[in-house]
Ligand binder design. Structure first.
Ligand code: GLU
Ligand code: MG
Length: 443
């Protein structure tokens, strides 16, 4: 008599694509060695998928071509168990998309980020240390709770406890699980890490958070705005730059706001290219329901000291307990949401910052006031420009930004414009309220 069957443990090689969706293929875990060197098959046109789950008609790939998804073993995430004791282990490995002969593939966002991190090392002598904060809505039939309350914390406590445990098991180094300002809105933060792993970690946070919600039968969304009257969900990217010996480079105790000359050029680059960057960091029509004044998100390209209405914020540092200010000093990019690909958005942001350093751009767009409360003349004097009001405007800014276009592989740009054009057409009839509802289901 043959043995009774049990489900085979599976491992998945994943890629998180241009629209921030994690996809991949699975194999029996005990065959991992077989997939290590040459990975598994992948299809070019997959990269032209819109969030609406249709492949953009005019994409560069069509039905043609084959690729490989090569696992990066150091990025493996394993979470053996969670609240549902019957659920199989979550086990995935981030992969890079390559040609079948091993050459890098031009439209792979993880490869783009890796190349940019290498440029920071080789051209600027810098390492990038970064962390993504995520806000989300968790609907569990909870009673209404008040903002930031212990009541809200207790309603989410079972979920939060499992989440922290699973994140820790997955190597994410979680920091805080906290109730946010909105109804049923929570936030999860984690410690920074170097290089490509920071964007991998953002994916791990999203996927592990979704896994716990799935296992508990809870409805969860990271979408930037889930209802017309909802408080928005942001993704805030904290970045610090270190030299190759690990010394912090953004801080200079001798300047009024602590930002070093290098940091000023870097911030100036991000602000200069920000209207075009929005096409990557706020990449869906619903992103522009969030990027509005007085939402604590961002609606103008400016830097502010501890200013939550600024697109780029100098974060608070704590000198209590003898902590080093330089080691904590970091800039927070706030014009981002979870409809963005962490790898693509981080790469685009780093490209803009590098151009700022290499072009020695001057930093003028600074304000500690609400930028929307300044008059047009004051904003003009400081070079503070409004962010795009729609995805279509952001894509136009990107089309016109020769520098960014030259810094990005044409295969990736062509695919991106094709799928975003299709996405705009697929959603053009939706009212703002319908857009919120639509994307709440997709992200
Ligand atoms: N929910 C705000 C956003 O959409 C951020 C609030 C905060 O500063 O935590 O980005
Ligand atoms: Mg928050």
């Amino acid at each position: 008599m043959s043995e009774r069957l049990t489900p085979l443990p599976m491992t998945t090689i994943v890629t998180t694509d241009l629209i921030g969706i994690t996809r991949g293929r699975s194999f029996p875990t005990d065959e991992l060695e077989h997939y290590q060197a040459a990975g598994c098959g992948w299809v070019p046109a997959n990269s032209a998928l819109t969030p609406q789950d249709v492949i953009a008609q005019t994409n560069p790939w069509g039905a043609y071509g084959d690729l490989r998804l090569i696992p990066d073993l150091a990025s493996r995430v394993t979470v053996n168990n969670g609240p549902d004791t019957a659920a199989p282990a979550l086990d995935f490995i981030h992969g890079d998309i390559r040609e079948t002969d091993g050459r890098p593939w031009g439209a792979c966002p993880r490869t783009l980020l890796r190349d940019e991190i290498e440029r920071y090392r080789d051209e600027l002598g810098l390492q990038v240390n970064a962390a993504f904060e995520h806000e989300f809505n968790l609907h569990a039939g909870f009673a209404e709770h008040l903002a930031f309350s212990l009541e809200a914390q207790r309603q989410g406590a079972e979920f939060g406890g499992w989440l922290l445990s699973a994140l820790r098991a997955g190597g994410v180094e979680p920091e805080m699980f906290l109730p946010e300002y909105g109804k049923h809105q929570y936030e999860i933060t984690c410690r920074p890490t170097l290089g490509v792993a920071a964007a991998d970690r953002a994916v791990n946070v999203r996927e592990i958070t979704r896994e716990i919600a799935r296992q508990m039968g809870l409805d969860l969304s990271f979408a930037p705005k889930t209802a017309a009257d909802a408080v928005c969900n942001g993704v805030h990217l904290h970045v610090s730059l270190l030299d190759l010996q690990g010394q912090p480079m953004l801080y200079d105790a001798g300047t009024s706001n602590g930002l070093s000359t290098l940091g000023q050029h870097w911030a100036a680059g991000i602000l200069h290219y920000l209207p075009a960057l929005c096409a990557f960091t706020a990449p869906t029509p619903v992103s522009y329901e969030r990027l509005q004044p007085h939402h604590w998100s961002a609606s103008y390209a400016c830097l502010g000291q501890q200013n939550r209405e600024a697109a780029l914020r100098i974060c608070p540092t704590v000198s209590l307990g003898g902590k080093s200010v330089a080691a904590q000093y970091n800039l927070e990019f706030r014009a981002m949401d979870a409809t963005a690909s962490p790898h693509l958005a981080m790469a685009a942001l780093l490209i803009a910052g590098r151009l700022g350093i290499q072009q020695r751009l001057a930093l003028n767009a600074i304000t500690d006031e609400i930028p929307d409360s300044l008059n047009t003349e004051q904003r003009k004097d400081r070079g503070i420009v409004a962010l795009p009001a729609s995805l279509a405007q952001a894509l136009d800014c990107l089309r016109r930004s020769t520098d960014l276009n030259q810094a990005l592989p044409s295969a990736l740009l062509d695919t991106y414009f094709a799928l975003k054009t299709e996405e705009l057409a697929l959603t053009e009839q939706l009212s703002p309220a319908d857009l919120c509802e639509h994307y709440a289901r997709l992200y």
